[in-house]
Design a protein around this ligand. Structure first.
Ligand code: IDP
Ligand code: MG
Length: 133
């Protein structure tokens, strides 16, 4: 099934100059970027986006990090793109992310793990609406 998923390149990706590398991996997988915009996120949208982890001890640090610079928000489309993007992104915890995945190749800590990808069809729909209206 052709799906659209919400992908976000986090501030460290842009600071480290890795946006091109990551976009290239998305394109090489034959997914299409159907929408994209640079955004500076505020506490309100981040608290919504990360509502499942607001009570975690690392949340204040995550907020600071996510507001430390712009992000590149994107809609990515392709066959099974929701699950497929999660596969090329790799595990959340940087120690668990295997080589060959984006996080496995580039992440050096769990909060600064370069990229967000929706984890289900419902999340993809909600997140695309949240960031693109
Ligand atoms: P995901 O991005 O792989 O879907 P989630 O569990 O939804 O992972 O967590 C959202 C984001 O919160 C992660 O991508 C990461 O930036 C941050 N995060 C998750 N767990 C930790 C942690 O244990 N320490 C620091 N940051 C974390
Ligand atoms: Mg998640």
């Amino acid at each position: 099934m052709i799906e659209s998923t919400f992908i976000m390149l986090k501030p460290d990706t842009l600071k480290r100059g890795l946006a091109g590398e990551i976009i290239s991996r998305i394109e090489r997988k034959s997914y299409k970027i159907t929408n994209a915009k640079m955004m500076s996120l505020d506490e309100k949208i981040l608290t919504e986006h990360y509502s499942h982890i607001v009570d975690k001890p690392f949340f204040p640090g995550l907020l600071d990090y996510m507001m430390s610079g712009p992000v590149l928000a994107m809609v990515v489309e392709g066959e099974n793109a929701i699950c497929g993007m999660r596969t090329i992104i790799g595990a959340t915890n940087f120690e668990d992310a295997i080589a060959g995945t984006i996080r496995g190749d580039f992440a050096y800590c769990t909060s600064h793990n370069l990229i967000h990808g929706s984890d289900s069809l419902k999340s993809a729909q909600v997140e695309i609406k949240r960031f693109f209206g």
